[in-house]
Design a protein around this ligand. Structure first.
Ligand SMILES: Nc1ncnc2c1ncn2[C@@H]1O[C@H](COP(=O)(O)OP(=O)(O)OP(=O)(O)O)[C@@H](O)[C@H]1O
Ligand SMILES: [Mg+2]
Length: 251
């Protein structure tokens, strides 16, 4: 790894280095680098159209960068397909949840395990996931489309866990939720992380996300402009004013 790489880390589980990503002629990432260490909760912040969701898509192999490197646990992800990347242990909760509205909650959960052949372990994980999300257990036969927004978010998280991921990527998990559900979803992210799953989350609610994160990055126009410990980002009035659009946060 070259010393030029911003934020390069030897103990990273995920390392994105110097990415340039395009949609046709339009460039979204300009030398974008970030890393996530094993066991961390890392939060990717930034305004609309800064390239946050594209970062998630690049990790999942849905969009391929033109240049740069992506490594997960020693594997080069660039040549791999999305199913291959999922099998390496990366789960995803995409923007706007994308649950299957016409399928029941139970069917949605089982779809999360579609790449797995270990049926006994899938059955165990099904029980374990329902313990974390008791609200879903009460609604197993209900169609996904009739769940509330917060319940759909829980279903999307639970479905991602059914793939038994080592790392989970979440794109705006609290979007559109009431304050009560926002707290609940953030608690659940901490619960998932406490079970040994590394978390990379995109959030617009910067100060809420930083409360549960270990580290944060701010993306602006496709470049990382700030990187630091979550607590430092919360307490720095300069960073709060310049990037997070708020008053210094009092813990
Ligand atoms: N499939 C696509 N084709 C062309 N341009 C795209 C595509 N997807 C995203 N873009 C563009 O890339 C830029 C970055 O989009 P991206 O979705 O990564 O932003 P974001 O940071 O997630 O924004 P938001 O906070 O609004 O979700 C935007 O200008 C967007 O219009
Ligand atoms: Mg987005």
């Amino acid at each position: 790894m070259s010393s030029r790489e911003i934020g390069a880390s030897n103990d990273a589980l995920l390392q994105l280095s110097e990415l340039d990503t395009f949609y046709g002629p339009s460039q979204v990432h300009f030398g974008m680098s970030l890393h996530v260490r094993r066991g961390e909760i890392v939060c990717l912040l930034g305004g609309n159209a800064s390239g946050k969701s594209t970062t998630m898509k690049v990790i999942l192999g849905l969009v391929k960068p033109r240049t740069g490197e992506i490594h997960f646990d020693g594997h080069d992800l660039r040549p791999l397909s999305t199913p291959q990347i999922v099998r390496l242990g990366i789960g995803s909760v995409p923007e706007a949840r994308r649950i299957f509205g016409a399928m029941t909650v139970r069917e949605n959960l089982l779809m999360g395990a579609y790449t797995r052949r270990d049926r006994a372990a899938v059955a165990e994980d099904y029980e374990r996931v329902l313990e974390i999300f008791p609200r879903l257990r009460e609604r197993l036969q209900q169609r996904g489309g009739v769940l509330s927004g917060g319940e759909q978010q829980m279903l999307a998280m639970a479905r991602a866990l059914m793939g038994r991921p080592r790392m989970i990527c979440m794109d705006e998990p609290t979007m559109g939720l009431s304050p009560l559900f926002v707290d609940k979803v953030l608690d659940l992210i901490q619960t998932i992380n406490a079970q040994g799953i590394t978390v990379l989350m995109v959030e617009q609610s910067a100060n809420l996300a930083l409360q549960i994160a270990d580290r944060g990055y701010v993306l602006q126009n496709g470049c990382i402009v700030v990187e630091g410990d979550a607590r430092d980002l919360l307490l720095s009035s300069d960073i709060q004013e310049a990037y997070l659009g708020g008053q210094e946060y009092v813990i």
